[in-house]
Design a protein around this ligand. Structure first.
Ligand code: 13P
Length: 253
């Protein structure tokens, strides 16, 4: 059976390693009785090695939340993908709207993706429109964003790339709206088609799409019935009660 991938994006939380360990062990417990779900925890990178040391079994792997676009050198404060990999990351989130807001344009995201793939990481590329218009211009925006970000990246890497659809209007405490299953299904098929066409692959199964934006146990029932391959969870991945409820619903599908 194909497992649903649930990626926990802890963002810049929690503020101590001690609490990070507690959240991690709670997540491990929640997962222990579940089949059909695989979890990737993306903690702040300073916690990666220590959490990796505590992990065992194959249901949890780790990811980083961003990286620099150079491998090494005189770049004060920056971290390269290969460093993240040697600290325990298997995945990396790139192009998150919070980093795009901080200056990561499509060209920089593209450079980071290339370097991350070369370093051996699987990339979770975040894309998403700021707002939706009645005429469907956001489809054009999404297609351009995906194609620009993946410019020059060959088909041999497709298996190492996941696209996370994260519309800005649905993310975080200030989210304007909640996505419906119908909206999610439509955009999932659209993104799969963009990739199938770009890479000339035969099957929609060869491309993997995640959804992120206020994902919670309260709305997951319907969203999990769509063709998305998994979810990218922010706030609710930090709460044992909420995350375990969410994993339970996904695991029961
Ligand atoms: P929330 O789940 O808190 O809306 O965050 C979504 C997100 O940005 C995940 O990457």
């Amino acid at each position: 059976m194909k497992k649903t991938l649930v990626v926990a994006n802890w963002k810049m939380n929690p503020t101590t390693l001690r609490v990070a360990k507690t959240i991690f062990s709670d997540t491990k417990k929640s997962l222990s009785k579940l089949n059909g779900v695989e979890v990737v925890i993306c903690p702040p990178s300073v916690y990666l090695s220590e959490l990796k040391r505590l992990s065992s079994g194959n249901k949890i792997s780790f990811g980083a939340q961003n990286c620099f676009n150079q491998e090494k050198g005189p770049w004060t404060g920056e971290i390269s993908p290969v460093m993240l990999m040697t600290s325990g990351a298997k995945f990396i989130i790139l192009g998150h709207s919070e980093n795009r807001r901080g200056g990561d344009n499509d060209e920089i995201v593209n450079q980071k993706i290339k370097l991350a793939l070369k370093s051996g990481l699987d990339v979770i590329l975040c894309v998403g429109e700021k707002e939706r218009d009645e005429d469907g211009h956001y489809f054009r925006f999404l297609k351009k964003q995906i194609l620009d970000d993946l410019e020059g990246i060959g088909k041999n890497y497709l298996k190492n790339i996941l696209i996370a659809y994260e519309p800005l209007w649905a993310i975080g405490v200030g989210a304007e709206k909640v996505i419906t299953d119908k909206q999610l299904q439509e955009v999932t098929i659209f993104i799969k088609k963009v990739l199938v066409d770009k890479y000339n692959v035969k099957d929609f199964k060869d491309v993997r799409i995640l959804y992120g934006g206020s994902v919670s146990y309260k709305i997951i029932d319907d969203l999990a019935e769509t063709d998305v391959d998994g979810f990218l969870v922010g706030r609710d991945s930090l709460s044992q009660e909420k995350f375990s409820k969410l994993l339970k619903v996904i695991g029961s599908k």
